[in-house]
Design a protein around this ligand. Structure first.
Ligand code: BGC
Length: 721
């Protein structure tokens, strides 16, 4: 459709029809009649009526449903405006790849691209027009259960991974039925909820907001994301969906965003609970005034928007602009001509869980696992006779993470399957030992686990956090392994030191005691469909661990928030062994540093960092220099290493972080091989927000280092002139 035709369509629409375009319903109410919607008088609204006028739907199952929904709607809509179908495809649709936090550990933008590409193929076949992805909330507190949905605590890593996902999902042309539009979320600073509690208010300085939280959303919009979702939380007192400073001044005016703003689930209605709207009508007004285009779920806009315009409380021009944005996206997706877009049952059968997708998912699971500890016992020898597989996750199928699609566990390759695929002749004894839920106290099974462990050549302890303990609304105050798992671990390891722990979890856990107890720990996160194959290949060295932590692991929950890019204080630093100095910013009862820092991860080979050389000693405004880091694989196995580049600005007009990642690159090295990794460092990468809120760099020394957080090496200084 031409722009003119779209305009004519808009002009022909009634106020109710316009409001309908700005309403999103849950497909459940049409498909299973699951949700009762009530009108202003408390009477249930007829689903047919809503179906006729509504503009978009979220959460449906497959191509068949997608087509049925579109048919149902078009059969009754006199204007023949197709529905937009949206779904949370967060880390794969049918083929599930690792949770985003794990993907961050791969430090591999290309791998992210491959994974997003496969999710795009499956989603488009399913009939998805818009995915509520990527989620790029900076998260610095693992009590928050949604940390699993983000790639990292690190803004640069979040930005690059998020942008890669957007580019791969949307492609160059949204009218191509294989492409899907992206909705970046949750704008803004949803991850900074006080005390790590989901949906909680956020109090954040302007500088931290700009430096640590906003860049990733911006990077995704710059990569072309067509939609954005304001977050549930209040930011410095104002819920995002009604936050004009955020939504209009920053997003629309400063960033020039022309796409769609869609509220989070009933976030418009929640303005009443927040206590900034008197009722639903007031909530609709506030959200519309902040230019929130679509009300996800039907409470506020559907019932009140038309009246608000008739009463002249909300201007029709504001509504028209919002409707136009929705029509434009529908047009860009080609829905007026092809309302099913890519929905195709045959294509679904072809691409879901196909060999190519499984291979990508397996590789992603391998590359995002982090080897935290290894006292020389891994990789296991392939000629082992007796393997003991112990723990509550030994035969678990729910290894996909909170946002995997319903039923994902049916397709999980379990650990026993993965081990048998690799070592069909070994004897495999499986004992659960104990449970992993908070309420599990039963320890009677541990004796059997100890007996089996004692008679085995190698022991795999599969432990972690149940899949539904992280995700939306899943905050925890303690980050220990739930249930009697530590007791199981202690007793099994005492019976056989040839024990490696496989960890399955959706957030950084406190592993202080675990680390002291066992000789080897492999953090698997929730690896997805290919869990068992990836784990077995890593344990037996078919794959070499190369993940680096995308968020540090604390020694204790009391250390949160614990950003790796923390600010200097005016007080003396801890002693070199991290012991407290009196009257310093230290804990009396434990070191300041995390147990495992951001960027940390071991390999079965060793890498030696030989040199860091800068091409120039000075850098001018808008100039650039090259930083060359030479790394050698000094072990006996081929491996991958993520070379990380950090900066430190020792003297500036405001306090700067003690370390800030400014670039990274993952390389592959054969035994003995050496690589020169050349980073281009632009002056603008070294900028920060000064007291006036302007982004500047200042004259003087900048230190550049490699290594990983809290363990920086090979520091060289340059000078900004
Ligand atoms: C979540 C969003 C999600 C939406 C739709 C909300 O509860 O916060 O991340 O996209 O539901 O499922």
């Amino acid at each position: 459709m031409t722009e003119q035709a779209l305009k004519a369509l808009l002009d022909s629409m009634t106020l109710e029809e316009k409001a309908g375009q700005l309403v999103q319903c849950n497909a459940g109410m049409f498909i299973a009649n699951e949700l009762a919607i009530t009108g202003p008088d408390g009477e249930p609204l007829p689903a047919e009526e809503l179906c006729r006028v509504m503009g978009s739907v979220l959460t449906f199952e497959d191509a068949e449903q997608a087509k049925a929904l579109q048919d149902m709607h078009l059969a009754s809509d006199p204007k023949q405006i197709p529905l937009l179908l949206m779904l949370d495809v967060i880390h794969g649709l049918r083929t599930t790849y690792p949770i985003p936090l794990a993907m961050g550990c791969s430090f591999d933008d290309d791998l992210m691209t491959e994974c997003a590409d496969m999710a795009r193929r499956e989603s488009s076949a399913c009939g998805v027009h818009v995915t509520f992805n990527p989620m790029v909330d900076t998260a610095r507190d693992a009590r928050w259960g949604r940390i699993l949905e983000t790639n990292s605590e690190e803004p640069l890593l979040n930005s690059r991974m998020g942008a890669a996902l957007v580019r791969a999902t949307q492609g160059d042309d949204l009218s191509n039925p294989e492409n899907v539009a992206c909705c970046v979320k949750h704008f803004a600073a949803y991850g900074a909820g006080e005390a790590g509690r989901d949906y909680n208010g956020v109090e954040l300085s302007e500088r931290s907001l700009m430096q640590d939280y906003l860049p990733a959303y911006k990077a995704c919009l710059d990569a072309g994301a067509r939609l954005i979702m304001p977050s549930f939380n209040s930011l410095n007192g104002v819920p995002s969906v009604a936050n004009k400073k955020l939504m209009i001044d920053l997003l629309r005016k400063e960033w020039g965003f022309e796409g769609i703003v869609i509220s989070d689930y009933n976030a418009v209605g929640e303005l009443v609970n927040h206590g900034i709207a008197a009722d639903m009508k007031d909530a609709a007004r506030l959200a519309m005034e902040a230019e929130c285009d679509i009300d996800m779920v039907q409470c506020a806009y559907y019932q009140h928007l038309a009246d608000l315009v008739r009463e002249r409380t909300v201007s029709e021009a504001t509504v028209d602009a919002a409707v136009m944005r929705v029509l434009k996206l529908k047009n860009e997706l080609g829905l007026f001509e092809h309302p099913y877009h890519g929905a195709d049952e045959e294509k679904e059968r072809e691409v879901y869980l196909c060999a190519e997708h499984r291979e990508i998912a397996r590789r992603a699971a391998e590359e995002s696992a982090v080897l935290l500890k290894n006292e020389g016992i891994l990789p296991f020898r392939k000629d082992v006779k007796r393997i003991a597989l112990i723990g509550p996750f030994a035969e678990e199928t729910r290894l996909n993470g909170f946002w995997s699609r319903p039923g994902a566990e049916r397709y999980t390759v379990t650990l026993p399957e993965g081990i048998r695929n690799l070592l069909p002749d070994a004897e495999l004894n499986i004992v659960r030992g104990c449970g992993a839920n908070f309420e599990d106290t039963e320890t009677a099974g541990i004796a059997e686990a100890v007996r089996v462990a004692a008679g085995a050549d190698v022991v795999i302890l599969a432990v972690g956090e149940p899949e539904d303990y992280s995700g939306e609304g899943r905050s925890r105050a303690e980050l220990s392994l739930p249930g009697p798992q530590m007791q199981l671990i202690r007793e099994v390891t005492a019976a056989n030191r040839n024990t490696a722990v496989l960890l399955f979890n959706g957030r950084p856990l406190v592993l202080t005691e675990l680390t002291e107890t066992v000789p080897a720990i492999l953090e698997m996160w929730y690896p997805g469909t290919e869990a068992g194959n990836a784990a077995a290949r890593l344990l037996w060295g078919e794959a070499n661990p190369c993940g680096k932590l995308s968020a540090g692991l604390p020694r204790s929950v009391g250390q949160y928030p614990m950003p790796y890019n923390r600010m200097n204080t005016g007080r003396p630093k801890p002693l070199p062994d991290d012991r407290a100095v009196p009257f310093s910013s230290c804990y009396l009862d434990m070191p300041n540093l995390p147990l495992y820092s951001f960027g940390y991860g071991l390999s079965y080979t060793s890498f030696t960092y030989e040199s860091l050389i800068t091409s120039e000693r000075t850098l001018k405004e808008n100039g650039e220099i090259q930083v060359t880091i030479t790394v050698q694989n000094t072990g006996n196995t081929a491996g991958k290493e993520t070379v990380q580049l950090y900066m430190r600005d020792p003297v500036a007009s405001v306090v700067r972080p003690v370390q800030q990642l400014i670039d990274y690159r993952k390389i592959s090295l054969r035994p003995g091989e050496r690589a020169e990794v050349v980073f281009t460092v632009r002056e603008e990468q070294l900028r920060f927000y000064n007291m006036e809120g302007r982004e500047v760099s200042e004259r003087g020394e900048i230190r550049l280092s490699t290594g990983y957080a809290d363990h920086l090496i090979l520091t060289e200084s340059i000078e900004i002139i």
